[in-house]
Design a binder for this molecule. Structure first.
Ligand SMILES: [Zn+2]
Length: 687
């Protein structure tokens, strides 16, 4: 009956059940892209399998799972054996019809649950016995019973029953469990017989490399259709897990799928793909959604944090999922606070979509030969902890003095393990309070809706590049944030041209000598920019150019921008960049252009200079201790649907009373006053 349901005839021993094809291996890495075929669909790897323990992914509808591109769901033999029980699966002819799921299902064998869930259990060579948590009866699970159950569930991929031990056990205990797992693996293969369902062997051995090696060698001698690395994510350190993954995956045959069980965060997945793993499952996307935590292209975001209250925009500006297209952070935070189940569902749907999208982006980078760049650009972004709105930790003067490093007029100041550039001449430190990478993403990448602009509907054919001016390259935090955001997009319509302006390259050179304090520089781009004056991504879609010299001069030689990240030192250090004259020159240069300029200051005199020069001026979002920042718009940008909040009457009233109403560098001029009073942005709004 099952064979009929699976649409496959009787098989012969030795058949290629998954018809696995290795498509590409990334140069300089063990990352690989492959495909295989189950009785239900073709699976493209690397892939993530959402966990549907009880034949349902928690709080998620099958429609959303299908739409987000889930190829395989993971269900659990232990739980399904107890409820609904194998007779229900027999009646329905398997889990696919029972839950109406058209794609593949992988079933865990139950080993992990027997040995990790609390409760009494006994173990002998033949089987494990445990008390059912539903009715307290004794349940016996042997390798054969596990396979019979998985057969009746109708899994496309079954797992052998294994004995899991905590990572803290002694060597002898780990060896016993491993050897039993090997004997049970043979019995599982015999029990599978000629079923068309694939069966994976599991490598055990706890944290001991000699055991892991022995286990991999033994298990791969048996004719399994794929191999899993089990017993990880049970208490070992990240480094131990990564070492173990690398060692074991090296020993697994290249022509079979490799599955790392129960791992992990997005960063864990990136690291494991880099080490040659193809398949993953983890409850984190839905489990953390319940706690209000989102995985995003700019790191983790924790909606429990008051800093997000009232915040507009999606949780992930680069995400295309239904949740991100429909709801603001503020609304999701609200749903979480009032414990509305829909909040869990929406955030879970986003997290699953983000995981699956990330896997597809990894696959594309492997196939296109850009894996290493992608890997280096993403590893510190993906799992970045949410520090939005957090005050800096206290650091003593002595610690500060120790942590300084110098080059030319610049030195590095380290706080919270993050480097900042300080100009020794003026004494000014860039981003002295905020995390530069966080600020780069928030103020520049997110506020400018960069991801949306790069992936929005293409009008031009071939598309003209989106051009960003990065004024004040510094340690390249803003430029790298833009590049990282662009590289995470799986479908880019527009190419990106990033033009960085800097007159003194010592700051970037200094930071590159201390990348441990400047994690965003772990990427080939910055070095290439310094050595060759430019960098182009392998797919040719991102070009980064350096314009070295005074901005006042260089700006006339660069192509007109769509967006400007205006992040030089403040007027205390770089006075000439903030004057009325400087903004007038920009306004003249962009007289026919639609340009949005984002900057971190909200100084009244800078806003006055921008207004007097003819820019429309809008309120930018808050950052660190600053209640707001500033966005300048050319007339054409202001006429478009920009979505920013222009300064209004209230600001003008405050400005009239301000001591700082005169634009910088206005000298004895007076016509700026009339230009501001008569600015079209204030016209018609009040008396
Ligand atoms: Zn989303």
């Amino acid at each position: 009956m099952l064979r009929r349901l699976l649409g496959i005839g009787v098989t012969s021993l030795g058949m290629q059940r998954l018809d696995f094809t290795l498509e590409a291996t990334a140069p300089g890495s063990r990352a690989r892209a492959a495909r295989f075929r189950t009785p239900h669909n073709e699976v493209l790897t690397p892939t993530f399998m959402p966990v549907g323990t009880h034949a349902a992914v928690r709080a998620q509808r099958r429609e959303d799972l299908l739409e987000s591109g889930a190829q395989v769901l993971l269900a659990n033999t232990y739980h399904l054996l107890l409820r609904p029980g194998t007779e229900i699966f027999q009646k329905f002819g398997g889990i696919h019809r029972f839950m109406n799921w058209p794609r593949s299902v992988l079933t865990d064998s139950g080993g992990f649950q027997i040995f990790s869930l609390p409760g009494r259990r006994t173990l002998c060579e033949d089987h494990a016995e445990f008390k059912s948590y539903t009715d307290q009866t004794l349940v016996r699970l042997s390798p054969e019973r596990s396979i019979v159950t998985q057969k009746s569930i109708g899994a496309d991929i079954m797992m052998v029953l294994d004995q899991c031990v905590p990572s803290t056990v002694e060597h002898s205990v780990a060896r016993d469990a491993m050897e039993r797992t090997h004997r049970w693996a043979r019995r599982s293969l015999d029990a599978r017989g000629e079923s068309p369902q694939a069966l994976f062997g599991i490598v055990q051995g706890a944290r001991f490399m000699d055991l892991r090696t022995e286990s991999a060698r033994t298990i791969t001698q048996m004719p399994f259709d794929g191999f899993a690395i089990g017993g990880l994510a049970v208490g070992e350190s990240t480094a131990e897990r990564e070492d173990c993954t690398a060692t074991v995956s090296e020993l697994l045959p290249a022509d079979k799928p490799r599955y790392l069980m129960g791992v992990g965060t997005t960063r864990d997945l990136l690291e494991a793909v880099h080490r040659g793993v193809d398949m993953f499952d983890c409850i984190l996307p839905t489990a953390l959604a319940r706690q209000g935590v989102a995985f995003t292209s700019i790191g983790r975001r924790d909606l429990r944090r008051a800093a997000y209250r009232g915040m507009e925009g999606p949780i992930d500006p680069a995400c295309e999922c239904h949740t991100c297209k429909t709801y603001s952070i503020a609304y999701l935070l609200h749903l979480h606070r009032v414990q509305e189940p829909q909040g869990w569902q929406l955030l879970g749907a986003h997290n699953i979509h983000f995981y699956l999208q990330l896997m597809r982006t990894m696959r594309r980078n492997i196939l296109e030969g850009t894996w290493l760049e992608f890997y280096h650009a993403q590893r510190d972004v993906l799992d970045a902890r949410d520090s939005y709105g957090k005050p800096p930790r206290h650091v003593t003067r002595a610690q500060l003095r120790l942590s300084k490093m110098k080059r030319g007029r610049y030195e590095i100041v380290v706080r919270d393990a993050i480097g900042r550039i300080r100009d020794c001449v003026s004494g000014e430190t860039m981003h002295s309070v905020n995390d530069p990478a966080q600020e780069a993403r928030s103020l520049y990448v997110e506020q400018s809706r960069l991801a949306e602009r790069l992936s929005g509907p293409g009008i031009d054919s071939p598309p003209a590049p989106l051009i960003i001016w990065d004024v004040g390259l510094g340690a390249a935090a803003n430029a790298m944030a833009a590049i990282a955001a662009a590289q995470l997009l799986s479908s880019r319509v527009k190419p990106l041209l990033l033009v960085s302006f800097e007159n003194d390259l010592d700051s970037l050179e200094l930071a590159l000598h201390h990348v441990r304090w400047f994690q965003h520089l772990r990427h080939p781009g910055p070095r290439s920019l310094l050595d060759r004056g430019s960098w182009t991504s392998k797919d040719g879609l991102i070009e980064w150019r350096l314009m070295q010299g005074d901005f006042a001069v260089c700006k006339t030689r660069a192509p007109a921008p769509d967006l400007v990240f205006f992040d030089p030192f403040s007027f205390k250090t770089d006075a000439e960049l903030w004057t009325l004259q400087a903004f007038r020159e920009l306004a003249a240069l962009w007289v026919d252009e639609s340009v949005e300029l984002f900057t971190y200051t909200y100084s009244t005199s800078v806003r006055a200079a921008m207004l007097a020069a003819g820019f429309h001026v809008a309120r930018g979002r808050a950052t660190g201790p600053k209640a707001e920042t500033t966005i300048g718009l050319t007339s054409r940008a202001a006429a478009a649907d920009h979505g920013h909040e222009l300064l209004g009457a209230e600001w003008l009233t405050k400005w009239r009373r301000s001591d700082a109403q005169m634009p910088l560098g206005a000298g004895s001029e007076t016509d700026w006053r009339a230009a501001i009073e008569g600015h079209p942005q204030f016209a018609g709004r009040f008396g």
